[in-house]
Design a protein around this ligand. Sequence first.
Ligand code: CTP
Ligand code: CA
Length: 231
Amino acid sequence: VRPDALQRTLEGVHVAISAGGTREPLDPVRFLGNRSSGKQGYALARVAAQRGARVTLVAGNTADLSTPAGVDLIRVGSAVELRDVMHKVSADADVVVMAAAVADFRPVTPAGHKIKKTSADPDPITLTKNPDILAELVSARREGQVIVGFAAETGDETTSVLDYGRAKLKRKGCDLLVVNAVGDGKAFEQEDNAGWLLSADGAETPIPHGSKAQLASVVWDAVTARSTDSQ
Ligand code: CTP
Ligand code: CA
């Protein structure tokens, strides 16, 4: 058994982390967005840097967060921009974490100029699907690269948070999936966990309620445990 400090180091490891929410342009001044703060992605970046990793943080829209010390920050707007940057940085990354809240849909043709109000009713907004960045990164995965996804699930009458998480892990094909139990569905779960860390090898680790830094530690512990297992 290795001493804790040794097992948990990320020295010599390049990690690429996405954080925050994407903004999908409607016209040059308007967008469709979401309420993601980016705090979980930033916490992952901060803890990884503290453990010695080289960290590239790719951030969409976030709350007013300060860039963690020693972290390279790249700003993006839309999901398509995020996808292009993630493909570039992932080519050189040992670990890729998709903590960003990627819009599932975008306006199909953003107007080239500001949409004007007239006496007529507005045109409906036609949406199209965004690329599934996580699934694409899994398809492009380099030998030995570890890919981590996130999912926020409520569960419903027929399916628990955990079952939705298991299905998403399979569908996405990533190595680890952090499943956060959100909303009222939580009350129907048996254990009062903040969520689970699901591994493609079948391991399921309950994540207790705690700070985003604590959750980040759980994730990096699992990532380093994987790479020490496979050596
Ligand atoms: N994700 C992504 N590209 C997308 C949508 C999601 O890379 N277009 C990533 C997220 O960053 C997250 C994971 O996929 O790591 C799961 O996101 P989620 O929204 O839960 O999954 P979806 O496949 O979009 O399914 P749904 O929203 O219908 O539950
Ligand atoms: Ca989604």
